[in-house]
Design a protein around this ligand. Structure first.
Ligand code: HEM
Length: 520
């Protein structure tokens, strides 16, 4: 500890000895504190946990590359964060670390390749169409053919149904019945549990760092609380269905009747593993819950923010619609009624728009890790220490917790240009190369994280976003409402839209929706 110290690293003044920097990082709008740190301290800053304990906050590209990729397994997740992953996804991939993570990921990877994702495109198209039909009914029934819709109210169950079918070939039926057990269990799951955390919640979550994980898990399983009740209801509902599905899929495998959903591929891959590397039944069930957790709220919130950006920038909306109309003509001339993934790959503005939405509104604004040993983090850009030295690397003592700022990396001016804080899809049209080290797994944006535990479902997520956008923008025009002046990007583990002053109403994104103009 004496040899390696963070004493000389500059950082923000903590709010108090007891709370450290937790409140500003988690109670303000998502990433507001991050953007301040970035402007004031650059790529790395010393922040405080309770009781004055030093932690590091990082958005420097080279340091991130080192932590995510070069030295990935030397920077495991923090135990207090793993317990939260376990609460919502059992001992599945987002919880696992080290050798267990390596083993689980190997079995799961074959289900998430490019051909496997493309095969699921019709599922996303189907649910985008269901949203279209429902909104169409509402608008046709309104006197002036337009309606103010809280768009996320239908997008959330649609993406949930889509992930149910894509991942398990199972019809959850959440769009048609919001009261079904699973629909209730997944309705704003992370948002419901983690929005607007109180100071005491933040304090105890952080202090759980020092508790044996078994005790934290027991507390989360048994303590009273509305959020914890929701997590428990979710666990019961998800386990019941996951068990049924696992039996069905294992049975299908016995009769060589595999299907192309994610879980069937994982069941097949698992069957060819040896006894040592095979996932046990409870690990398989955990993966099902993990995929539902990781794949739904992230996608539905990103899509909702995408519609918000279209409403905020009518010229981008028109441009995207023009591109969709032009591609529709090609698709129809060919005798098809739906876009293939190659059609979408051939739409430069759609590609640029999706990338910019992901860059600007990262659904997961932070990742959390800790150093397994004394180490040295390389920096892309030197910093000036408190004693006035200019350094190109930062020593990091064993055990130090690090907050990796996905949101701030995505706004790094050296990488994205001087207008990094402006929503501008054109940056991806003008610039096809890459500035800085490779960090993010998709377009070098960090939204899907990077390295050894980058988002395993990123291809599915991108395809889903593209396919929903094509249908929704083809059919509808989106406009802003007065209420959106109060839009908050709430930090609830995932970033969700809420309205200032109405936290009790949960996730909200009211847009004016009308039929899209059609010249043909
Ligand atoms: C816009 C949508 C999505 C975003 C922004 C997103 C983002 C992320 C991020 C940042 C991580 C890293 C978390 C960490 O290391 O702490 C992650 C991991 C993961 N994601 Fe996604 N994700 C999305 C969609 C999906 C989908 C559709 C699936 C599955 C169908 C999925 C499955 C997973 C899994 C299983 C992990 C854990 C990977 C590991 O630890 O090895 N995600 N995701």
């Amino acid at each position: 500890r004496k040899r390696v110290s963070l004493a000389d690293i500059p950082g923000p003044q903590p709010e108090s000895f007891l709370m450290g920097s937790l409140a500003e990082l988690h109670q303000e709008q998502a990433a507001e504190a991050d953007f301040r740190y970035q402007a004031e301290f650059g790529g790395v800053a010393k922040i405080k946990a309770p009781f004055g304990v030093d932690m590091l906050w990082i958005c420097d590209p080279k340091a991130l590359q080192y932590i995510y990729q070069t030295s990935g397994y030397n920077f495991p997740k923090q135990p207090e964060r793993r317990v939260l992953s376990g609460l919502l996804g059992d001992h599945g991939l987002t919880w696992a670390d080290g050798e267990t993570h390596r083993r689980q990921r190997k079995v799961m990877l074959p289900a998430f390749g490019s051909p496997e994702a493309k095969a699921l495109l019709p599922v996303f198209e189907h649910y985008a169409e269901q949203v279209t039909l429902k909104w169409r009914d509402i608008i046709e029934g309104s006197p002036d053919q337009r309606a103010v819709l809280n768009v996320i109210k239908l997008i959330a169950p649609a993406t949930l149904d889509a992930i149910g079918e894509a991942a398990f070939d199972y019809k959850l039926g959440c769009m048609d019945n919001a009261e079904n057990e699973l629909a209730r269990g997944y309705n704003s799951l992370a948002a419901g549990i983690f929005s607007s955390p109180s100071k005491s919640k933040l304090f105890w979550t952080s202090v759980a760092h020092y508790m044996p994980m078994g005790i934290s898990e027991w507390l989360y399983a048994n303590l009273p609380g509305k959020g914890l009740d929701k997590a428990r209801q979710n666990r019961r509902a998800a386990h019941r269905i996951a068990r049924e599905l696992l039996d069905l899929k294992s049975e299908a495998l016995l009769h060589s009747k595999g299907s192309r959903d994610v879980m069937s591929i994982i069941v097949r891959a698992n069957a060819s593993e040896n006894e040592k590397t095979k996932l046990a039944d409870d690990e398989m069930i955990a993966q099902m819950r993990t995929i539902m957790l990781a794949g739904q709220e992230t996608s539905s919130n990103t899509l909702s923010f995408a519609l918000y950006e279209l409403a905020r920038h009518p010229h981008y909306q028109d441009r995207l619609r023009e591109e969709i109309r032009a591609t529709e003509r090609v698709v129809h001339e060919r005798g098809d009624s739906t876009f293939t993934s190659s059609d979408m790959d051939g739409m430069p503005f759609l590609q640029a728009f999706v990338r910019e939405v992901l860059r600007y509104h990262p659904a997961v604004p932070h990742n959390y890790r800790q150093a397994l040993k004394d180490d040295v983090l390389p920096l892309s850009k030197p910093i000036r220490t408190l004693s006035g030295a200019i350094v190109n690397e930062v020593p990091i003592p064993k055990g130090t917790r690090v907050t990796l700022s996905i949101a701030a990396y995505n706004r790094e001016k050296d990488i994205w240009g001087e207008d990094a804080h402006v929503f501008n899809p054109e940056r991806f049209l003008e610039f096809s190369g890459k500035r800085g080290p490779t960090v993010g797994v998709f377009a070098n944006i960090l939204t899907f994280s990077g390295g050894i535990r980058a988002c395993i479902g990123w291809r599915l997520a991108v395809l889903e976003l593209q396919s929903f956008l094509v249908q929704l923008v083809s059919n509808f025009e989106f406009g802003l409402t007065e209420e959106l002046k109060r839009l908050r990007r709430e930090n609830a583990l995932v970033m969700v839209p809420t309205l200032e002053g109405e936290p009790e109403k949960g996730v909200q994104l009211p847009l004016v929706v009308s039929f899209a103009p059609r010249s043909d």
